[in-house]
Design a protein around this ligand. Structure first.
Ligand code: HEC
Length: 297
């Protein structure tokens, strides 16, 4: 028994040594990953309708491009460089389970399935593949505008578009799905959810609208430059108390503004509201004024 215990403790010492050694010699190196999926991972169409899938969601930790292929090439189906599957209007009625294979530059492979249901004509299905492209707009405050019409697989029945949540200033065409916004909208980013409904079902997608603050020269720019710069920069040198000189020398002014530049010499610039520029820097507000065409407003 005593020998047995000694033996056990020897094994214990040996195995713990071994364990310590293993921990030191084999640091935990994160493994590379490659994952492909589609969301949604299917489409239902009426026979005779060409169309395409959404772009796949790729999780790839290896540098370089990911390439795609259909595991069993199928007549009427093709794949682009981004993994978007397209089908021709000649694909016969039936169910198509496509295996899509992604390969990265390290030779790692992952695969997933995409299913296309091709129904006989006359059988309506719920709408699918509903996207706006582009799915966002960034515009200056004070400008009305509208989105492009969305693309959708109607499921073979008439579609009605609606906003799931009303947003003041935003309207939608019930028939085309074009989203419009009024020139009265406040700066900010609006997430707009649109629902498309037919006689069988519905599907939703989102559109993002960013309204950029419109810089006002008389209120946001002129008082700062006249009070904090023109005090030193005056006389024959320059006069920054009016739009024309600030407009002419805007590039030099911008390049010298703190925090990147060293002006105003001996003092600092107060922060501006983050509802105007997210950084809160006068320098960025001045840049925005330049981008917006140096309006004398
Ligand atoms: C306290 C006095 C003072 C104030 C206030 C001041 N500056 Fe200056 N500025 C100077 C001096 C002195 C020079 C020359 C030395 C140098 O280039 O740093 C200069 C040079 C410049 C130059 C390069 C030369 C030129 O005239 O084109 C620019 C541009 C400039 N300042 C912009 C500004 C701006 C914009 C402000 C306000 C945000 C400002 N300055 C505020 C004193 C001042």
């Amino acid at each position: 028994m005593r020998q047995f215990i000694i033996l056990l403790s020897i094994i214990g010492v040996i195995s713990s040594c071994h364990y310590d050694k293993a921990e030191v010699d084999m640091p935990n190196i994160p493994k590379d990953t490659l994952k492909i999926s589609y969301s949604p991972s299917s489409s239902t169409i009426i026979v005779g309708t060409a169309g395409s899938s959404v772009s796949p969601i790729i999780k790839n930790t290896v540098v370089g491009i990911v390439t795609f292929k259909i595991s069993v090439p199928t007549t009427g189906f093709s794949l682009d460089n981004n993994g978007v599957i397209s089908w021709a209007n000649s694909v016969p009625k039936g169910t198509y389970n496509l295996g899509i294979v992604a390969t990265n530059t390290k030779g790692m492979v992952d695969s997933t399935r995409y299913t296309l249901y091709v129904n006989a004509s006359g059988v309506a299905t719920a709408p699918s593949s509903f996207v706006y492209s582009p799915a966002s707009s960034t515009v200056n405050q004070g400008t009305a505008g509208s989105s492009l019409a969305p693309s959708i697989n109607t499921g073979g029945a008439a579609i009605t578009y609606s906003l799931t949540t009303a947003i003041t200033g935003i309207t939608i065409s019930a028939t085309s799905g074009v989203i419009s916004w009024a020139n009265t909208m406040s700066p900010g980013t609006y997430s707009i959810t649109v629902k498309a409904t037919n006689s069988v079902g519905s599907i939703s997608t989102t559109y993002s609208l960013t309204i950029v603050y419109l810089v006002r020269f008389s209120v946001d720019i002129l008082p700062i430059i006249s009070n904090q710069c023109a005090t030193c920069h005056h006389g024959s040198h320059t006069t920054w108390t009016q739009w024309s000189t600030i407009n002419n020398e805007s590039a030099a002014i911008y390049s010298r503004l703190k925090p990147t530049g060293n002006m105003p010499q001996g003092s600092s610039l107060s922060p501006v509201p983050t509802t105007q520029v997210s950084s809160g820097l006068f320098r960025d507000l001045f840049q925005l004024w330049i981008t917006q065409g140096k309006l004398n407003n």
